[in-house]
Ligand binder design. Structure first.
Ligand code: FMN
Length: 374
């Protein structure tokens, strides 16, 4: 019989779909609604020891693209399709003391759902490493089933925080080790794509004892400049800083990173994030070897916690397993990773032979028709 459930890093999920650490999981009410809607798990909005203050005005906006001119803009236009989310939101503006009783209540209300706590501290000295441990202990003692270390927030100025940890293999492994030292529950590390080769940082986290890699957070990006006002489409007093791009625009890049990592560590666990709104996108992550998939942007645009998104994901998985019943596939594990080895070096891709070779000038989209005279 087809079965949606998966076991990932030793944790049983009723389905492999989670809300990622972001606005959909920033409050008790949202998380309770998400579980009621059918999500197998959630990763809380990242929790720190101290409250943070966000910029004035909007913390996140959505970019859309229009078929007629391929323009990308935050301006709403009829008929435009979602291109991406752009955000410069910091971690939770509620600190650990606010979260502790809420984690406990959420877990009590939904004992079979998976509650992962995302945490973040600095890494510049022993006191900061101790802060990671304090956070890890606080969340595990109050109902978290797992910990996700945020090594990937793209908007931290501090050199020892957020994606600055995820860009430094030394810090990746030291912080992971510190968290593992006190943890009795699985520890995942969420990586940044803003690095030369994520495999290097993934290796460092695994060396530190991480149970899974989460890939990934948003990509560094700027909003567009309005051609009329010459102002950034999102700014405060005319100023902007580098923010994070999520949603459909990052899907192919996130898949490329996932393939590199699952090939490098075929026996390790990976949670895929980036541009998922439907089962077809989640399927690409599974086929490349991920065991769970997380969602942010598409859920934000669907009643804040994605009730329709999770319905589509579950229905898509059911229909897929149904279609492949004759292959003997009954769970995600039966097809996980079966396209991982199809990503190869360019030199291993077959070239045309003999008369069939057209010098690359076949009239395909984006190329001129072949010049048959010359
Ligand atoms: C507004 C906003 C806030 C976010 N906050 C966090 C956060 O606190 N911690 C974290 O690990 N990721 C955070 N993220 C990143 C998302 O969890 C996710 O990795 C990213 O958006 C890519 O997934 P998507 O394409 O489904 O949006 C945030 C994303 C957005 C859009």
């Amino acid at each position: 019989m087809a079965d949606r459930s998966v076991t990932f890093t030793g944790i049983r999920f009723e389905n492999p779909f989670l809300l990622s650490s972001a606005p959909p999981t920033e409050s008790e009410n949202n998380i309770l609604r998400a579980f009621d809607a059918g999500w197998g798990g959630v990763v809380t909005k990242t929790i720190g020891l101290h409250p943070v203050t966000n910029v004035v005005g909007a913390k996140a906006k959505f970019m859309r693209t229009a078929a007629e001119d391929a323009s990308v803009s935050m301006k709403k236009r009829p008929g435009a399709a979602l291109h991406s989310s752009w955000n410069w939101e910091l971690i939770s503006d509620k600190a650990i003391d606010w979260w502790v009783p809420r984690l406990r209540r959420i877990k009590e209300a939904h004992p079979t759902k998976v509650l992962i706590a995302s945490i973040m501290a600095g890494s510049g000295n022993d006191k900061e490493l101790r802060n990671w441990q304090l956070l890890a202990q606080a969340v595990q003692e109050n109902g978290a089933d797992g910990i996700e270390c945020n090594f990937s927030c793209p908007h931290m100025d501090r050199k020892d925080m957020g994606s600055n940890i995820g860009k430094d293999e030394g810090l990746c492994s030291v912080v992971t080790e510190a968290v593992k030292e006190v943890s009795t529950i699985p520890v995942w590390t969420k990586l940044t794509p803003a690095t030369r080769d994520m495999v290097v940082e993934a290796a460092a986290c695994f060396r530190g004892g991480a149970d899974a890699m989460v890939s990934s957070n948003t990509f560094p990006s700027l909003p567009m400049i309005d051609p009329d006002t010459l102002e950034f489409e999102i700014n405060v007093d005319g100023l902007v800083s580098s923010g994070g791009l999520g949603g459909p625009a990052i899907l192919p890049m996130a898949l490329a990173n996932m393939a590199k990592m699952t090939q490098a560590f075929p026996d390790k666990s990976f949670s895929g994030i980036g541009g998922v709104s439907d089962f077809s996108q989640a399927l690409s992550y599974f086929l490349l070897g991920a065991g769970t998939v997380q969602v942010c942007t598409s859920a934000m645009l669907d009643s804040a916690i994605g009730p329709n998104v999770i319905k589509r994901l579950n229905a898509g998985l059911d229909a897929f397993l149904d279609r492949h019943a004759s292959d003997g596939w009954t769970t995600v594990e039966d097809f996980r990773g079966i396209r991982r080895e199809r990503v190869v070096l360019q030199s291993q891709i077959r070239r045309p032979e003999g008369d069939h070779y057209q010098g690359g000038y076949e009239a395909v989209e984006g190329y001129a028709a072949p010049d048959l005279v010359s």
